[in-house]
Design a protein around this ligand. Sequence first.
Ligand SMILES: *Cc1c(COP(=O)(O)O)cnc(C)c1O
Length: 431
Amino acid sequence: MLYPRLSTNEQGHLTISGLDACELAATYGTPLYVLDEDRIREKCRTYVDAMRTYLPEGSYPLYAGKALCFKGIYPVIGSEGLGADVVSAGEVATALAAGFDARHLYYHGSNKTDAEIAYGVEQGVGCFVVDNLNELEVLSREAQAQGVTQQVLLRVTVGLDPHTLAAINTGRVDSQFGVPIETGQAARFVAQALETPGIEVIGFHSHIGSQIFDATSFCDQVDRLLSFATSVRDELGYVAGTFNLGGGFAVPYVEGDDSVDIAANIKVISEHLQVGCAKAGYPLPRVLLEPGRSIVADAGVTLYSAGGIKEVEGYRNYVMVDGGMTDNPRYALYKSAYTVLNASHATAPADYPCTVAGRCCESGDRIAEDIALAKPTRGDIIAVLTTGAYNFAMSSNYNRVLRPALVMISQGEARLAVRRQTIDDLLALEF
Ligand SMILES: *Cc1c(COP(=O)(O)O)cnc(C)c1O
């Protein structure tokens, strides 16, 4: 089974971490995001333990909040010893509102506004991941005005194509993220940053992409980063103490997808780094990783109610659900595949061929195409697995559909972590 804590009960209902999915749907309504906190903690520990075991002292994971950002996630990752990668004032504020330690925030974003930069410095954000020279100038001005020295990582692009989707492949030379090594601009970026008042450069950041299944691309990334760092040392006498390798480990979404042994991959990356550093005579840097998807994706299940079941004769059957691209736009964006079950008849054979469509006025509003479910009737609960990452975070009010509630399960107890949006919420900003 793809999702480790799913089972079924005597009523033939799907259970999530021991709780009946149909009862959760009845209690909290649909659509509903269900998040298994215990599973998230397990994933956090895998990263923390492997990084402590294999990588130099001080190495630790930063949870990439863009995958799933709401207040309730921060106490979980904070108590497991992770830092957090944040990308906007909104994400900074969410982490801080949840009591997260600002010193463990790494502030990303390719185009932070002046106001966001000032806010980040003011809040004592531990490290800025500076994307470009313009940002560096504003950050320097702000740090000096506030009388602090701001630690930064400089984001460089290593020119790698890890063969994932173009939309989630960020490490190529031609990219809006970071400063390219290949063109010589990254070296000039470092030289300038080292001279910039109010700024302390602690190392380099690079992120090569997402949904990556093995360590090969990360090893290539380490090679390129190390060769860059070595030439910077030789030319400028600067030694980077931190390499942030970004996020990107994959998770399986459908039967047949590989799963990733994160600890084994971290070990491979670590050995590669050690060999490389020894060869180059470069002191071992501490390593930061920024997992997003691989921390939260398989902890999430979305529950919908089936509405119309439409059989277009000679073509196909549609099962329509009460959500769709507004709570999960990933099929519409990237044709991402998901595993879908009829949670009301989870032990019945999945023998009804259908396409699961959302409720929006958009023919691309689908959750899964040409799959098979135990034939649903109106009111059955439809579960979509592995929706913990990039679902809630990417939700919208398209068609003025209200955002779902989010429930967290811990130690067999469910609690409401984000309440369902209301019509009043929707209208609250409008005159
Ligand atoms: C998206 C992103 C991540 C997280 O990627 P996942 O694939 O979710 O692990 C980490 N760091 C940066 C800079 C990113 O853009």
